[in-house]
Design a binder for this molecule. Structure first.
Ligand code: PXL
Length: 277
């Protein structure tokens, strides 16, 4: 496999095992050169801590991009996650349009919502901008809540295959060809991921661990991106990421104090071996 350079744009939550503190080690363990562009710096993530600090880095982006351009720095792939503002999404879109090597995929995790609700920092204008970013992406990785916000469909806790297929159809109408929809469950003790590639759907079902852990969306997306950039098909990458995320949750649930993220680090060497050339 060629040595590839990926740019990932998401926040640094200093404490909380999510976003860049998950993406950087995971992509590096996959064997990829990982360049980061922090969208914001927070003292912790926003799901469960109170009084966190936030520094939005939107206004730093144009100068960072200009410097990279002057140095002729280019990327083989882009992967975006939790972003800082609607204005920032325009900058991110411009970076992806101008700093890619030929064929560099644009992979967007529209990290903005879960369990039927937007994260505290976001509102409907942000959702509209994120839909525009998804329209330009080659691959998007929403959960069901995010898919509902992106498409305007009602969020449901209980649903059938027809509902999921309608979600996928509407996501595809946004303009992206490949959708990796996470958190799809047709049985109470099972969970899965649905991959749609130009309308061809593949569902991978795995066991559901009866506890949800924060940060698993970021672990999932990072492994999936890492595996795709290491040459795995989207379906293979989606499976590998699901299995890895399950192992991370299993490695964490015995520790009641560890509520804010998953203990993924002890499993990184295993992931590196799975994706070794
Ligand atoms: O894991 C998604 C995420 C990323 N970054 C921040 C968050 C969250 C989810 O709540 O708060 C700052």
């Amino acid at each position: 496999m060629p040595y590839r350079r990926v740019l990932t744009i998401q926040d640094i939550s200093c404490v909380g095992q999510c976003s860049l503190t998950v993406a950087l080690p995971i992509l590096s363990a996959c064997g990829l050169e990982t360049v980061i562009l922090p969208s914001a710096v927070l003292s912790t993530h926003t799901a469960g801590f109170s009084g966190f600090t936030v520094r939005d880095l939107t206004d730093d982006m144009p100068a960072i991009k200009a410097h990279w351009q002057k140095e002729n720095i280019r990327f083989d792939a882009f992967y975006t996650g939790y972003l800082g503002s609607t204005k920032q999404i325009d900058y991110v879109s411009d970076i992806m349009k101008t700093l890619g090597n030929s064929g560099a995929p644009k992979i967007v995790d529209p990290a903005m919502a879960d369990f039927g609700k937007l994260y505290p920092a976001f509102d409907m204008p942000y959702v509209a901008k994120m839909s525009e970013l998804c329209a330009q992406a080659d691959i998007i990785l929403p959960n069901i809540t995010e898919a509902c916000f992106l498409t305007g469909m009602d969020y449901r806790e209980e649903y059938d295959q027809a509902y999921i297929e309608e979600l996928i159809a509407k996501l595809t109408q946004l303009g992206t060809r490949t959708v990796v929809l996470t958190g799809v469950s047709y049985h109470p003790d099972k969970l899965g991921v649905l991959v749609s590639e130009s309308g061809k759907m593949t569902y991978y079902e795995h066991k559901r661990i009866p506890k949800s852990c924060h940060g698993t969306g970021d672990v999932y997306a990072s492994v999936c991106v890492g595996a795709m950039l290491k040459g795995r098909s989207v379906v293979e990458a989606a499976r590998l990421a699901a299995d890895f995320t399950v192992r991370c949750i299993e490695n964490t649930i015995g520790d009641a104090n560890h509520w804010y993220g998953v203990k993924f680090e002890p499993l990184l060497a295993e992931l590196g071996r799975e994706l070794a050339d």
